[in-house]
Design a protein around this ligand. Structure first.
Ligand code: 9MR
Length: 327
């Protein structure tokens, strides 16, 4: 399979291509299989691509296998507004042009996030001041890409990792200065700047289920509140980073939990996206054939949920190849 020629190492995408192997034909790609079903399958454009640092084969594979795209780092706050009110959309423009030329859906990642925030933001104090900074950032960024970005991660990773989940109150310049109001406001501003864009809340560990004290349960409660209050949210993103597939605890039951979560969101008229899927191994271990089969199975199980639940939007993996993966 040509995709495995990209690196001599293990290729994440190979596991996904195997999903379609039983019906493999000469021109069949993940993209063609998705399009036959009216679905979106994607991968990030890895950061190295933006500087032109990847072989031509990378782009060739990316555009033949995928029909939805997101930038790994290039549309985050520190990249788009490196100093106050000075915006740099060069890389974002490069991505949306690539999406347009290749008939792809484009995701924007991410507007309000506690991480990858430039130093100048962290130096600002005061609720009104920070609200104004966030409002300006969202208006200018979403406004610039109006009609070109189909779907935004409006708020990313705003929930605590503690056993009793609540909003991330520590380490978030937004929450610490503004309070939970920043979330509702972010959706309202984004919707005003591009009323046609889909707007998501995106987080990790969502696939671990909505049991008592869970992150997904907390997110579900917030989505219910947002919907009841007319906050313009249309989707939730489950990042779905399974960092070590050999650690059973992390993923056993996760596809079923995600399916359950999708059904709960469907009752609210909200979509569920798999936005950053990767299924990895602890670094340094010798990966056996059995490990790879297990990895493929996990990709497959999430794919089944994606194909079978009618309110699933995109299935997006966080890297085309292990060679350029944050893991
Ligand atoms: O893949 C991204 C990596 O290159 C960056 O160093 C890192 C910095 O926070 O962000 C990675 O992407 C993250 C994404 O934006 C949000 N969810 C978790 C992803 C993996 O860490």
């Amino acid at each position: 399979m040509k995709i495995t020629q990209l690196t001599s190492g293990v290729v994440l995408t190979a596991a996904l291509v195997a999903i379609g192997a039983s019906v493999a034909g000469a021109q069949e790609t993940l993209r063609s299989l998705a399009e036959e079903r009216g679905r979106y399958i994607g991968a990030i454009l890895n950061s190295q691509w933006f500087g032109g640092g990847l072989p031509g084969q990378y782009e060739q594979i990316h555009k033949s296998e995928f029909n939805v795209v997101v930038a790994e780092n290039e549309m985050k706050f520190d990249a788009t507004e490196p100093s106050q009110n000075n915006f740099n959309f060069n890389n974002g423009d490069k991505m949306v042009n690539y999406a347009k030329q290749n008939g792809m859906r484009a995701r924007g990642h991410a507007l309000a996030w506690h991480s990858q925030v430039p130093g100048w933001v962290n130096n600002i104090r005061g609720k009104d001041q920070l609200l104004a900074v966030l409002k300006n950032h969202i208006e200018k960024t979403v406004g610039h890409f109006k009609g070109k970005i189909d779907e935004w991660d409006v708020v990313n990773e705003a929930v605590n990792d503690d056993a009793n989940h609540g909003w991330r109150s520590f380490g978030s310049v937004w929450f610490q200065n503004i309070g939970a109001e920043f979330l509702d406001s972010a959706f309202v501003w984004a919707h005003k700047a591009d009323p046609d864009a889909e707007l998501c809340y995106n987080d990790y560990a969502i696939e671990q289920g909505i049991g008592p004290g869970s992150k997904a349960g907390f997110v579900l409660d917030q989505v219910k509140r947002w919907v009841a209050n007319g906050i313009p949210i249309t989707c939730v993103g489950s990042q779905t980073h399974v960092e070590d597939v050999t650690t059973a605890k992390e993923f056993i039951g996760a596809p079923d939990s995600l399916r359950h979560f999708a059904k709960e969101l469907a009752k609210l008229g909200i979509k569920l996206n798999i936005t950053e899927l990767d299924v990895g191994f602890k670094s340094g271990i010798n990966v056996s054939k059995e490990d790879l089969a297990r990895q493929g199975q996990v990709y497959r199980q999430f794919m089944d949920v994606f194909l079978e639940e009618p309110n699933m939007g995109v299935y997006l993996i966080w890297g085309v190849s292990d060679k350029w993966s944050w893991l």
